[in-house]
Design a protein around this ligand. Structure first.
Ligand code: PA5
Length: 452
């Protein structure tokens, strides 16, 4: 079961950079309404992410679809919340020898697109186009390119059989195109935002197509959702949100360093980065005040980053809070062979495993950070499997939602991202965006400062 160890954020561990125990006692009282508010938002249908694991119909539909669409390559066209979740699941749950490969086209760099398409055969590929809005420029353009690539390779009729879309159930051009082309369409419930959508068909359809245990994923998510509705000291998501809120607001930890101590969780850290940044980075609070809130997430990988960012983390500005993502048991402990034991640098490794070394290094990092007065907490799952990923995802979503409640902001909108999308439409000449074109012209006329 997922565990939160917050020993090293306490004042007793990191002194003035930490949080006194009494603050937790007080928060247990003062935060009761937060759980109720998020629960009420679910009950009224305003929010949907916490209820997704109980949606048996969506689960059955993706499993049935995956059974009849078994291809070695799953080509995913999407961006942001429509790509990062499936990529995180793939990185954690796929095995290099599984015979199934996920290729995520979440960038429109033409060289990247061309190279990616050249690395696979259209014959062996099913294409999942994902866009909640059904209009995102990057995804729609990539869709057009990939469709042409496939038609050229296998013809129009077969191409039509290889596409499946995931989008809003009523609005957006992608849905209309799917209907026109007779592509199967899976839906993202309107009350589930893009970055909260990995447990909708956005994530579970690619997961099922890749042969992952989607039932286990949902079971793990369900158990985390149940815990997220419990009182403060039984509720890791709520306690974790309180910790980051206090560290950011009252101890100046404006950066949240996500330290994945598992190669399998590396992409998960990138998924979490979007969730945290886009949900909490807000100009206005709910009372209409300009607040400019947000804690900047950054990702680090254990043990790789011990030889890179860790120097900065330990001795640089004390403006970070650290969150380790740890795993109790690896699938392999991997004994270290002992051919050169007479050498000091190898002798001590005799009878040890790679898992021992990895664990020791994580603990050493944790101690070094704590000694340097850097608050750090650890989220641990028992092992990397579908159930644990479900737990981590649902925990993270509640963690973020509760943080939004502590800040008193709307964690579920993204006006900054939407503004950027509109400017792109205007620049590319999409009708209906004239006011944004005027803004762009005005800015272009300001001139530029360039050295050549
Ligand atoms: O969280 C969000 O809403 C965004 O990050 C979206 O996921 C992202 O902009 C992609 O949007 P869409 O799924 O509509 O293509």
């Amino acid at each position: 079961m997922l565990e939160l160890d917050y020993t090293n954020v306490l004042e007793s561990a990191v002194h003035a950079n930490g949080i006194p125990k009494i603050a937790f006692e007080k928060a247990a009282e003062s935060s009761k309404h937060i759980v109720d508010d998020i629960h009420r938002a679910h009950a009224s249908g305003k929010l949907g992410f916490g209820d997704l694991p109980t949606d048996r119909n969506a689960l059955k539909a993706v499993i049935d679809f995956a059974r009849s669409h078994s291809f070695p390559n799953v080509l995913l066209l999407g961006i942001g919340g429509s790509a990062l979740g499936p990529a995180a699941l793939d990185a954690a749950l796929n095995h290099p020898n599984s015979g199934r490969r996920l290729i995520v086209l979440d960038n429109i760099d033409p060289d990247f697109l061309r190279d990616s398409l050249e690395s696979i055969s259209a014959q062996d590929t099913v294409v999942n186009v994902i866009a909640k809005s059904g209009v995102t420029a990057e995804t729609m353009a990539t869709f057009a390119v990939v469709r042409r690539w496939m038609i050229d390779a296998i013809g129009e009729t077969k191409t039509r059989e290889r596409f499946v879309v995931t989008t809003d159930p009523v609005k957006g051009d992608l849905l209309a195109i799917a209907q026109h082309e007779t592509y199967p369409a899976f839906v993202i419930p309107p009350n589930v935002g893009g970055r909260f959508s990995v447990l909708t068909p956005v994530g579970i359809l690619p997961a099922a197509l890749l042969g992952f245990d989607v039932e286990g994923l949902m079971n793990g998510a369900r158990s985390a959702a149940d815990r997220a509705r419990k009182p403060f000291f039984e509720n890791p998501a709520l306690v974790a949100a309180f910790i980051q809120f206090v560290l950011e607001r009252e101890r100046g930890k404006r950066i949240l360093a996500l330290f994945a101590y598992s190669q399998s969780l590396w992409k998960f850290a990138f998924w979490f980065k979007q969730l945290w940044a886009e949900s909490l980075g807000k100009k206005m609070d709910r009372r209409g005040r300009e607040v400019y809130y947000g804690q900047t997430p950054t990702a680090a990988l254990g043990v790789t980053d011990q030889h890179s960012q860790l120097q900065l983390f330990i001795e640089g500005p004390n403006d970070k809070s650290f969150l380790f993502w740890d795993v109790k048991e690896f699938r392999n402990s991997l004994p270290i062979d002992h051919p050169f034991t007479t050498f000091d640098s190898m002798g001590y490794l005799e009878h040890k495993t790679m898992a021992d070394l990895f664990r020791a290094e994580k603990q050493a990092t944790e101690i070094a950070l704590t000694e340097a007065g850097r608050p750090n907490a650890t989220i641990t799952v028992d092992r990397i499997n579908a159930e644990a990923l479900g737990e981590l995802i649902m925990f993270s979503q509640y963690f973020t939602a509760y943080a939004g409640e502590f800040y008193d902001i709307d964690a579920f909108d993204q006006p900054g991202v939407e503004y950027g999308k509109k400017l792109t439409f205007a620049m590319m000449g999409r009708p209906g965006f004239a006011e944004y074109s005027r803004k762009i012209d005005e800015i272009r006329h300001r001139g530029r400062a360039i050295i050549r």
